[in-house]
Design a protein around this ligand. Structure first.
Ligand SMILES: Cc1ncc(COP(=O)(O)O)c(C=O)c1O
Length: 361
């Protein structure tokens, strides 16, 4: 959920203009100043040596990272799509397009995390050129600090796809990938971070020139300057309010998960405390049951995806706290236990209508 200031910035005249790193276009002083300001705020928020707000999406940022850090014939190691990894850089997505072979982390689905010792052996044995932490179904911080040394031993670069947890990392409430030793953070700016739809890439000085040479002119030309203005503003909101926001997002996810569990829904990772992120995962199996449940939720004005993945960022931004999380869990449970949707829909709509403001702006 973007603030009204961010939304207004998306409509400004900069959306009609161009600038480029080679200064091909004239009359670009304000665009250039804006970019520098946005990069400065991003460096501060994420503790990076440099930042680029140019990637047009999280996927575009991933493409820049993968194509910069690998050569055809290399391997990359990521969380596989079967374990909630991002398909966009898997063997179904971008990697084979640049001649890169995919390896997948050994993954513990009970603890919902990478198996450290097995991953260490795999890294030593298969020597990927790039190791990417982060995933789409992301509950717990990844063991970056435990594996980064092994990556260094085989001279692999280490990246962190923070698409989902960007707002939590920005708020200092999840993990600090640069402190743990990664070379790059990349990802979306519109999931747990409350920026406009787009991407960002941040890194250590050792990889700056390589990444920027690959980014332009190969993978991003026009960077959509209205979006960049909006993103700079959202990053400033995060700099000021991000810590409070991220803490509440995670507290809400924990409360929601616990309340769903108490209402007899199959919430994943009971033993691990359900979640340390903004996400809650339900272990509902069978295509027919998933379709029935998610469609009945949709009919009740409660929107989740077919991964049955819930996120608390939007509700938190609306000002909801633990009382509302318990209320939402109860509404979801009534749908799960097959109560007709009409009444749940009325109550869900009424609850949402009580929260018209946006907080942390
Ligand atoms: C881990 C991860 N990386 C990258 C992306 C792509 O982001 P975008 O939708 O901004 O292109 C996604 C999309 O959901 C994702 O889950």
């Amino acid at each position: 959920m973007t603030s009204s200031a961010v939304r207004q910035l998306l409509t400004i005249d900069m959306g009609h203009r161009y600038t480029a790193p080679d200064r091909f276009y004239k009359g670009t002083r304000f665009l250039d100043e804006l970019e520098q300001l946005g990069e400065q705020i991003a460096r501060e928020v994420f503790h990076s040596d440099w930042a680029s707000l140019r990637p047009l999406s999280g996927h575009n940022a991933d493409m820049i990272a993968v194509s910069t850090m690998t050569r055809p014939g290399d391997s990359i190691l990521t969380v596989g799509p079967d374990n909630g990894g991002y398909p966009g850089i898997s063997d179904q997505g971008y990697a084979p397009m640049v001649g890169v072979h995919n390896l997948y982390f050994p993954f513990n689905t009970e603890e919902w995390n990478i198996k450290v010792e097995e991953a260490r052996l795999l890294i030593k044995d298969r020597k990927p050129a790039l190791v990417v932490f982060g995933q789409s179904f992301f509950l717990f911080p990844h063991p970056v600090s435990k594996l980064v040394e092994t990556c260094r031993e085989i001279e692999a670069k280490v990246a962190y796809d923070a698409s989902h947890v960007m707002g939590l990392v920005a708020g200092g409430a999840f993990q600090d990938p640069f402190k743990e030793g990664v070379d790059l953070i990349m990802g979306s700016t519109h999931k747990s971070l409350f920026g406009p739809q787009g991407g960002i890439i941040l890194g250590s000085s050792a990889v700056e020139s390589q990444v920027k040479a690959r980014q332009f002119p190969g993978l991003v030309d026009n960077a959509h300057w209205n979006r960049m203005a909006a993103l700079a503003w959202a990053l400033d909101e995060s700099r000021r309010q991000g810590a409070k926001y991220a803490k509440q997002v995670i507290a809400n996810a924990k409360t929601l998960a616990k309340a769903l569990h108490e209402n007899n829904l199959p919430v994943k990772c009971v033993g691990g405390g359900f979640t340390e992120s903004h996400q809650v995962l339900l272990g509902i199996t069978g295509d027919a049951e998933i379709e029935r449940f998610t469609t009945a939720l949709e009919g009740s004005n409660i929107i989740v995806d077919r991964g049955v993945r819930l996120g608390t960022n939007e509700m938190t931004r609306r000002g909801m706290k633990s009382k509302e999380m318990e209320r939402i869990a109860e509404l979801i449970a009534r749908v799960y236990h097959q109560e007709p949707t009409a009444r749940v829909k009325r109550e869900a709509t009424r609850l949402r209508q009580e929260f018209q403001r946006l907080e942390y702006t």
